[in-house]
Design a binder for this molecule. Sequence first.
Ligand SMILES: [Zn+2]
Length: 280
Amino acid sequence: MKKIVTMAVLFALLMLCLCACGDDEEDDIHKYEKVGKYDDDDKNPPTAGPEDLVTPGVTGTPTPTFAPKQYVIVLDPGHGGKDPGAGYDGRVEAKLNLQLANMIRDYLTTNYSNVTVILTREENVELDPDKGTDLRARVGVGVTNHADIVVSLHLNASNNHKQHGSMVCISKQKNITDQSKKLADCILKRLENLGLTNNGTLKRDSLDTFDDDGVPVDYYAICRHGAANNLISIIVESCFIDSDEDAVHLKSEEALLEMAEAEAKGIMEFLTKYYTHGEG
Ligand SMILES: [Zn+2]
Protein backbone atom coordinates (compact mmCIF):
# COMPACT_ATOMS: atom_id res chain seq x y z
CA MET A 1 0.00 0.00 0.00
CA LYS A 2 2.76 2.38 1.05
CA LYS A 3 4.56 1.67 -2.24
CA ILE A 4 1.43 2.53 -4.27
CA VAL A 5 1.03 5.85 -2.44
CA THR A 6 4.68 6.67 -3.06
CA MET A 7 4.34 5.86 -6.76
CA ALA A 8 1.18 7.99 -6.98
CA VAL A 9 2.93 10.95 -5.36
CA LEU A 10 5.92 10.61 -7.70
CA PHE A 11 3.58 10.43 -10.72
CA ALA A 12 1.70 13.53 -9.55
CA LEU A 13 4.97 15.41 -9.10
CA LEU A 14 6.10 14.36 -12.58
CA MET A 15 2.83 15.61 -14.08
CA LEU A 16 3.11 18.90 -12.18
CA CYS A 17 6.58 19.37 -13.54
CA LEU A 18 5.47 18.65 -17.09
CA CYS A 19 2.54 21.08 -16.76
CA ALA A 20 4.72 23.82 -15.37
CA CYS A 21 7.24 23.35 -18.14
CA GLY A 22 4.62 22.97 -20.87
CA ASP A 23 5.47 24.90 -24.01
CA ASP A 24 2.59 24.95 -26.48
CA GLU A 25 -0.18 24.83 -23.86
CA GLU A 26 -1.47 28.03 -22.35
CA ASP A 27 0.71 28.73 -19.38
CA ASP A 28 -1.09 27.87 -16.13
CA ILE A 29 1.07 30.16 -14.04
CA HIS A 30 -0.62 33.20 -15.56
CA LYS A 31 -4.13 32.09 -14.63
CA TYR A 32 -4.08 32.72 -10.91
CA GLU A 33 -5.87 35.67 -9.44
CA LYS A 34 -3.34 38.46 -9.31
CA VAL A 35 -3.64 40.80 -6.36
CA GLY A 36 -2.17 44.18 -5.59
CA LYS A 37 -2.27 47.56 -7.22
CA TYR A 38 -0.45 48.26 -10.42
CA ASP A 39 1.10 51.57 -11.24
CA ASP A 40 -1.17 53.42 -13.64
CA ASP A 41 1.61 53.63 -16.17
CA ASP A 42 2.35 49.90 -15.90
CA LYS A 43 -0.99 48.22 -16.45
CA ASN A 44 0.48 44.91 -17.67
CA PRO A 45 0.63 42.36 -14.85
CA PRO A 46 4.18 41.41 -13.93
CA THR A 47 5.60 38.26 -15.51
CA ALA A 48 5.79 35.38 -13.06
CA GLY A 49 9.28 34.34 -12.02
CA PRO A 50 10.61 30.86 -11.18
CA GLU A 51 9.35 31.18 -7.60
CA ASP A 52 5.81 31.45 -8.96
CA LEU A 53 5.96 28.02 -10.64
CA VAL A 54 3.58 26.40 -8.19
CA THR A 55 0.08 25.12 -8.76
CA PRO A 56 -2.78 26.97 -7.07
CA GLY A 57 -4.37 24.87 -4.34
CA VAL A 58 -1.24 22.81 -3.73
CA THR A 59 0.96 25.29 -1.96
CA GLY A 60 -1.40 28.26 -1.98
CA THR A 61 -1.89 31.09 -4.43
CA PRO A 62 1.32 32.97 -5.06
CA THR A 63 1.18 36.68 -4.39
CA PRO A 64 3.20 38.90 -6.71
CA THR A 65 5.56 41.18 -4.85
CA PHE A 66 6.00 44.84 -5.76
CA ALA A 67 9.16 46.83 -5.39
CA PRO A 68 8.71 50.23 -3.66
CA LYS A 69 8.47 53.20 -6.02
CA GLN A 70 11.86 54.47 -7.07
CA TYR A 71 12.51 58.20 -6.99
CA VAL A 72 15.06 60.17 -8.97
CA ILE A 73 16.08 63.35 -7.16
CA VAL A 74 18.31 65.95 -8.78
CA LEU A 75 20.10 68.34 -6.43
CA ASP A 76 21.53 71.45 -7.99
CA PRO A 77 24.22 73.23 -5.93
CA GLY A 78 23.71 76.79 -7.19
CA HIS A 79 26.55 78.80 -8.79
CA GLY A 80 30.14 77.46 -9.12
CA GLY A 81 33.17 78.14 -11.27
CA LYS A 82 33.62 81.83 -12.00
CA ASP A 83 30.31 82.58 -10.25
CA PRO A 84 30.74 82.23 -6.46
CA GLY A 85 27.22 83.47 -5.69
CA ALA A 86 26.74 85.50 -2.53
CA GLY A 87 29.51 85.91 0.02
CA TYR A 88 29.90 87.30 3.52
CA ASP A 89 32.38 87.08 6.37
CA GLY A 90 34.48 84.44 4.62
CA ARG A 91 31.50 82.33 3.66
CA VAL A 92 31.06 81.56 -0.06
CA GLU A 93 27.65 80.54 -1.35
CA ALA A 94 28.80 78.24 -4.21
CA LYS A 95 30.95 76.25 -1.79
CA LEU A 96 28.29 75.96 0.92
CA ASN A 97 25.65 74.97 -1.66
CA LEU A 98 27.86 72.07 -2.80
CA GLN A 99 28.58 71.01 0.78
CA LEU A 100 24.88 71.00 1.58
CA ALA A 101 24.03 69.07 -1.60
CA ASN A 102 26.58 66.38 -0.76
CA MET A 103 25.20 66.08 2.77
CA ILE A 104 21.60 65.80 1.52
CA ARG A 105 22.65 63.12 -0.99
CA ASP A 106 24.51 61.17 1.69
CA TYR A 107 21.55 61.34 4.05
CA LEU A 108 19.09 60.22 1.37
CA THR A 109 21.16 57.36 -0.01
CA THR A 110 22.07 56.14 3.49
CA ASN A 111 18.53 56.16 4.81
CA TYR A 112 16.40 55.28 1.77
CA SER A 113 16.96 52.38 -0.63
CA ASN A 114 14.50 53.63 -3.25
CA VAL A 115 16.20 56.88 -4.24
CA THR A 116 18.67 57.83 -6.94
CA VAL A 117 20.29 61.17 -6.18
CA ILE A 118 22.13 63.08 -8.89
CA LEU A 119 24.07 66.32 -8.43
CA THR A 120 24.26 68.77 -11.31
CA ARG A 121 27.85 69.53 -10.33
CA GLU A 122 30.32 67.67 -8.11
CA GLU A 123 33.02 70.33 -8.12
CA ASN A 124 33.49 74.09 -8.16
CA VAL A 125 32.51 74.45 -11.82
CA GLU A 126 29.75 75.96 -13.89
CA LEU A 127 27.89 73.81 -16.42
CA ASP A 128 28.34 76.45 -19.11
CA PRO A 129 30.13 79.82 -19.23
CA ASP A 130 26.91 81.48 -20.42
CA LYS A 131 24.56 82.04 -17.46
CA GLY A 132 21.37 81.33 -19.39
CA THR A 133 22.76 78.12 -20.88
CA ASP A 134 24.14 77.13 -17.48
CA LEU A 135 20.72 77.37 -15.79
CA ARG A 136 19.03 75.54 -18.64
CA ALA A 137 21.64 72.76 -18.40
CA ARG A 138 20.99 72.32 -14.67
CA VAL A 139 17.30 71.60 -15.29
CA GLY A 140 18.44 69.55 -18.31
CA VAL A 141 20.17 67.12 -15.93
CA GLY A 142 16.74 66.49 -14.41
CA VAL A 143 15.06 66.09 -17.80
CA THR A 144 17.72 63.70 -19.14
CA ASN A 145 17.57 61.53 -16.03
CA HIS A 146 13.75 61.51 -15.85
CA ALA A 147 13.90 63.09 -12.42
CA ASP A 148 10.85 63.38 -10.21
CA ILE A 149 12.07 66.68 -8.77
CA VAL A 150 14.89 69.18 -9.15
CA VAL A 151 15.92 71.03 -5.99
CA SER A 152 18.27 73.93 -6.63
CA LEU A 153 20.17 74.87 -3.47
CA HIS A 154 21.02 78.50 -2.74
CA LEU A 155 21.69 80.88 0.13
CA ASN A 156 20.07 84.28 0.24
CA ALA A 157 21.62 87.71 0.87
CA SER A 158 20.21 91.18 1.47
CA ASN A 159 21.58 94.67 0.92
CA ASN A 160 21.42 95.71 4.55
CA HIS A 161 22.49 92.25 5.84
CA LYS A 162 19.52 92.38 8.20
CA GLN A 163 17.13 89.89 6.58
CA HIS A 164 17.03 86.31 7.78
CA GLY A 165 15.17 83.03 7.38
CA SER A 166 14.27 80.49 4.68
CA MET A 167 12.40 80.93 1.42
CA VAL A 168 11.57 78.79 -1.61
CA CYS A 169 11.01 80.08 -5.16
CA ILE A 170 8.41 78.04 -7.05
CA SER A 171 6.90 78.08 -10.52
CA LYS A 172 3.66 79.95 -11.18
CA GLN A 173 2.87 77.74 -14.18
CA LYS A 174 -0.23 75.71 -13.44
CA ASN A 175 1.16 72.32 -14.52
CA ILE A 176 3.61 72.22 -11.61
CA THR A 177 2.77 75.07 -9.22
CA ASP A 178 0.61 73.12 -6.72
CA GLN A 179 3.08 70.26 -6.42
CA SER A 180 5.99 72.70 -6.19
CA LYS A 181 4.22 74.49 -3.33
CA LYS A 182 3.71 71.18 -1.47
CA LEU A 183 7.38 70.26 -1.85
CA ALA A 184 8.44 73.75 -0.71
CA ASP A 185 6.20 73.66 2.35
CA CYS A 186 7.52 70.22 3.40
CA ILE A 187 11.08 71.59 3.32
CA LEU A 188 10.24 74.97 4.89
CA LYS A 189 8.41 73.35 7.80
CA ARG A 190 11.47 71.23 8.63
CA LEU A 191 13.77 74.25 8.46
CA GLU A 192 11.37 76.18 10.67
CA ASN A 193 11.68 73.38 13.23
CA LEU A 194 15.42 74.13 13.36
CA GLY A 195 14.62 77.69 14.43
CA LEU A 196 14.82 79.38 11.03
CA THR A 197 12.16 81.95 10.15
CA ASN A 198 9.79 80.63 7.48
CA ASN A 199 9.48 83.37 4.85
CA GLY A 200 7.28 81.17 2.68
CA THR A 201 7.22 80.59 -1.06
CA LEU A 202 7.74 83.11 -3.82
CA LYS A 203 6.48 83.18 -7.40
CA ARG A 204 7.82 85.90 -9.63
CA ASP A 205 6.75 87.09 -13.09
CA SER A 206 9.21 87.42 -15.93
CA LEU A 207 9.51 91.01 -17.06
CA ASP A 208 10.23 90.21 -20.69
CA THR A 209 9.04 86.70 -21.54
CA PHE A 210 5.38 85.88 -22.09
CA ASP A 211 3.38 82.79 -23.06
CA ASP A 212 1.10 82.55 -26.12
CA ASP A 213 -1.69 84.31 -24.20
CA GLY A 214 0.54 87.23 -23.26
CA VAL A 215 0.84 86.12 -19.61
CA PRO A 216 4.34 86.49 -18.15
CA VAL A 217 6.15 83.18 -17.50
CA ASP A 218 8.37 82.50 -14.48
CA TYR A 219 11.15 84.97 -13.76
CA TYR A 220 13.43 82.30 -12.29
CA ALA A 221 15.02 80.18 -15.03
CA ILE A 222 15.18 77.04 -12.87
CA CYS A 223 11.40 77.20 -12.34
CA ARG A 224 10.67 78.32 -15.92
CA HIS A 225 12.65 75.52 -17.58
CA GLY A 226 11.19 73.02 -15.11
CA ALA A 227 7.62 74.05 -16.01
CA ALA A 228 8.42 73.92 -19.73
CA ASN A 229 9.53 70.30 -19.25
CA ASN A 230 6.68 69.41 -16.87
CA LEU A 231 9.23 68.85 -14.12
CA ILE A 232 8.87 70.10 -10.53
CA SER A 233 11.85 72.40 -10.11
CA ILE A 234 12.27 74.66 -7.08
CA ILE A 235 14.90 76.99 -5.62
CA VAL A 236 15.55 76.58 -1.90
CA GLU A 237 17.13 79.56 -0.17
CA SER A 238 17.91 77.71 3.04
CA CYS A 239 18.85 80.87 4.94
CA PHE A 240 20.71 84.20 4.56
CA ILE A 241 24.47 83.88 4.18
CA ASP A 242 24.96 87.46 5.47
CA SER A 243 22.70 87.34 8.51
CA ASP A 244 24.15 87.24 12.01
CA GLU A 245 20.99 85.50 13.14
CA ASP A 246 21.24 82.73 10.50
CA ALA A 247 25.03 82.35 10.73
CA VAL A 248 24.72 79.71 13.44
CA HIS A 249 23.21 77.38 10.79
CA LEU A 250 26.22 77.75 8.48
CA LYS A 251 29.20 78.04 10.82
CA SER A 252 29.75 74.41 11.77
CA GLU A 253 29.68 71.04 10.04
CA GLU A 254 27.10 69.86 12.59
CA ALA A 255 24.77 72.77 11.81
CA LEU A 256 25.04 72.14 8.07
CA LEU A 257 24.32 68.46 8.61
CA GLU A 258 21.25 69.40 10.61
CA MET A 259 19.98 71.57 7.77
CA ALA A 260 20.76 68.87 5.18
CA GLU A 261 18.86 66.28 7.20
CA ALA A 262 15.87 68.61 7.54
CA GLU A 263 15.77 69.22 3.79
CA ALA A 264 16.24 65.53 2.96
CA LYS A 265 13.36 64.59 5.25
CA GLY A 266 11.19 67.32 3.73
CA ILE A 267 11.94 65.99 0.24
CA MET A 268 11.01 62.43 1.22
CA GLU A 269 7.89 63.57 3.07
CA PHE A 270 6.71 65.24 -0.13
CA LEU A 271 7.57 62.28 -2.39
CA THR A 272 5.95 59.66 -0.18
CA LYS A 273 2.90 61.63 1.01
CA TYR A 274 1.99 64.27 -1.57
CA TYR A 275 3.71 63.51 -4.88
CA THR A 276 1.16 62.83 -7.61
CA HIS A 277 2.74 64.67 -10.54
CA GLY A 278 4.59 61.67 -11.97
CA GLU A 279 1.55 59.37 -11.94
CA GLY A 280 -1.41 58.84 -14.25
ZN1 LIG B 1 22.35 81.75 -5.17
